[in-house]
Ligand binder design. Structure first.
Ligand code: UGA
Length: 438
């Protein structure tokens, strides 16, 4: 099929590449000329495992091309996917101006029937607005349908999530559009859930909020574990083996970050209030999440007393492993707070240092070439992101390099007993029993 994806960011680019991989003819549109040029040359602006080879392969086989022209995109695709940013506004609601602009642009070039698909994460009822906008600006009588088709890919495993999804959600109010969308997804072996547009839009916000709720739930349990003398990892395993609950997203830590959860939870709260049905549970989810970093800093202050001029090593800057994305990264927030208290931070991240250097705080810290280099001479070591290489570090070498053996493990990557046997004082999240044993 001939498909067009408008917006070549994380979601748009991965979606376009995967559609091309299964045999569709795909045009990706982006208004950033430099980005388009670099994509045409096979350079991907983000670190995402498996994406670059996929893009190169499909550009070479001419199933995937990039353009800055929306007109070319509208002309090419029988289905037009909108995958532009939906950034947060200060009050938590979503800025939908990019979506509205693309809807107007599409309507300008619309000559014959097209399915216009909203793939960006948007509040419920956005599809209705997109349809209204296109109707208002398009030539009289031109036919189109609007569909909501939310994306569930995770950064760091985006290609796999797209190629082998748990489910595909298609929300539409027209049989003609739904039949076309079923055909688009035929090559992907996954259950397809067909709904109305509003339900599809709600599925996305409700799914992300539920996952964030699981994280805050286990983080609240972690705090109780610390007070009571219990181990949150054991508790998470114990409850997670119940199939109705599931072990995934029960890893206690510094809390959730990234470009999706914080924004989507705020947006779901905002839209629920606009609809007159405030979702207060999610406010508690947010409160617990921001408390995690406060509690962690309290523990660091408790151990170090004064942070000013202390050399503190921070392992991990990305918002989670396997990505170079530092947007709304809890690791970065932590570094900012350490710097604000006068600490000398030496950071290391396997992939995210280039992006971190572009941030304001990037000019106020040192960057090391390896985890061990960062820890050399450190008066405390903080693990902020659980990159696999950190857990594999030689603890005996690490003990020799640090100045004082204090580990604050914000992602519970170490076995407390093992690190203690090398002479470290250890503080994880929700590991009350072990703290006592030490
Ligand atoms: C999330 C969802 O998982 C995707 O399904 C969704 O498509 C995407 O948002 C989106 O809306 O576009 P992502 O933000 O890439 O994906 O990353 P996650 O793996 O969900 O992690 C989010 C945050 O939660 C990270 O900061 C991670 O460290 C944290 N987390 C995750 C925990 O603290 N504990 C856990 O048990 C799991």
């Amino acid at each position: 099929m001939k498909l067009t994806v408008i917006g070549s960011g994380y979601v748009g680019l991965t979606t376009g590449a995967c559609f091309a991989e299964v045999g569709h003819q795909v045009v990706c549109v982006d208004n950033d000329e430099r980005k388009v040029q670099s994509l045409l040359a096979g350079r991907i602006p983000i670190y995402e495992p498996a994406l670059e080879p996929l893009v190169r392969k499909n550009v070479a086989s001419k199933r995937l091309r990039f353009t800055t022209s929306t007109e070319e995109g509208v002309d090419h695709g029988e289905v037009l996917f909108i995958a532009v940013p939906t950034p947060p506004q200060p009050d938590g609601s979503v800025d939908l101006s990019f979506i509205e602009k693309v809807a107007r642009e599409i309507s300008q070039y619309l000559d014959s029937y097209r399915v216009v698909v909203d793939k960006s994460t948007v509040p419920v009822k956005t599809g209705e607005r997109v349809a209204q906008t296109i109707r208002r600006y398009a030539k009289p009588g031109v036919e189109f349908d609007v569909v909501s088709n939310p994306e569930f890919l995770r950064e760091g495993s985006a290609v796999e999530d797209l190629m082998k999804p748990d489910r595909i959600v298609i929300g539409g109010n027209s049989d003609r559009a739904l039949a076309i969308m079923q055909k688009v997804y035929e090559p992907f072996v996954a259950p397809v859930l067909v709904t109305d547009i509003n339900s599809a839009e709600l599925i996305k916000h409700a799914a992300n909020s539920f996952l964030a709720l699981k994280i805050s739930y286990i983080n609240a349990v972690a705090e109780i574990c610390e007070a009571a003398g219990a181990d949150v990892l054991k508790v998470a395993d114990g409850i997670g083996t119940d199939k109705r609950i599931g072990r995934a997203f029960l890893d206690a830590g510094l809390g959730y970050g990234g470009s999706c959860f914080p924004k989507d939870i705020a947006a779901f709260i905002a839209i629920s209030e606009q609809l007159g049905t405030p979702f207060n549970l999610l406010k508690e989810v947010q409160r617990i999440n921001s408390r995690q970093i406060d509690r962690f800093l309290d523990a660091i202050r408790e151990a170090l007393w004064v942070l000013k001029e202390k050399r503190i090593a921070v392992w991990g800057l990305s918002f989670k492993p396997n990505t170079d994305d530092v947007r709304s990264s809890v690791a970065v927030s932590l570094v900012e707070r350490l710097v604000a208290e006068g600490a000398n931070v030496v950071a290391y991240d396997p992939k995210a240092m280039e992006k971190a250097k572009e941030l304001a705080v990037g000019r106020k810290i040192q960057f090391a070439d390896s985890a061990i280099d960062a820890a050399t001479g450190a008066e405390a070591l903080i693990i902020a992101t659980e990159w696999p290489e950190f857990a594999a570090v030689d603890l005996s070498e690490l003990r020799d390099k640090v100045r004082t053996p204090l580990i604050f493990d914000g992602r519970n990557i170490f076995d407390p007993v093992a690190v203690a046997s090398f002479g470290f004082q250890y503080r994880g999240i929700g590991r009350g029993v072990v703290a006592e044993r030490n």
